[in-house]
Design a protein around this ligand. Structure first.
Ligand SMILES: [Cu+2]
Length: 212
């Protein structure tokens, strides 16, 4: 008895696929600092390869699409979501919150809701959404709606690493809530197997920066 040709082809494919990694994958490490030299946590880094990066519909990041209200604060302070995402807004406090955005790409209001309750909002335009709470003026948070599969947020050392990029030309876009300019800054980068880049942002004076 001979094996069916389709089965043989499938077995061959299964044997080959684990080796079929792109030969040209690049890892980019971006360090973001303020013009005062201090490392910036919570900066958004988005990379757009020159050759394009395909449709956003199936894009998933490695973190949950959740903007919680916890300890009278938004958690996380900055959340990056892929364009078209639906974000959950769970209330994990004992008090009620009333979340709103006046930002151009998405104006909305989630009227007073309490503990263990949750609302969702879908973000269908790229850009930056500033969040507030009608009850607690100190609550400030941001959602960055990104139109690239390649995005990351800087850690406490001001570093973000993005893996699996195609080598070659790309644009690196960086944004931080305390930037003087409202729009993100974009710079060209040439991606090799491993590339490190430092981006310095002009910051507002310390007294005008967000507390969170
Ligand atoms: Cu609140």
């Amino acid at each position: 008895m001979r094996p069916a040709p389709n089965r043989a082809a499938a077995l061959l494919l299964a044997a080959v696929l684990p080796l079929a990694r792109p030969a040209t994958a690049a890892d980019l490490s971006v360090t973001v600092r303020g013009d005062d030299g201090v490392a910036l946590a919570d900066a958004v880094v988005v990379v757009r390869p020159a050759g394009g990066s395909g449709p956003m519909a199936a894009v998933r990041y490695s973190w949950p699409l959740t903007m919680a209200q916890q300890n009278i604060a938004f958690n996380p302070y900055v959340l990056i979501v892929p364009l078209g995402s639906t974000v959950a807004f769970p209330n994990r406090d004992k008090v009620r919150h009333h979340v709103y955005s006046f930002s151009a790409i998405k104006k909305f209001e989630l009227k007073l809701y309490g503990q263990q309750d949750e609302r969702t909002v879908t973000f269908d335009k790229p850009g930056i959404v500033a969040l507030g709470c009608n009850i607690h003026d100190s609550m400030i948070g941001f959602i960055y709606v990104a139109d690239s599969p390649f995005a990351a947020k800087t850690n406490a050392a001001g570093e973000a690493v993005i893996h699996g990029l195609p080598t070659g030309g790309a644009q690196v876009t960086v944004w931080h809530p305390d930037m003087k300019a409202k729009a993100p800054v974009s710079q060209p980068v040439s991606l090799a197997a491993t590339t490190a880049k430092i981006v310095v942002l002009d910051l507002r004076p310390p007294a005008a920066r967000h507390k969170h």
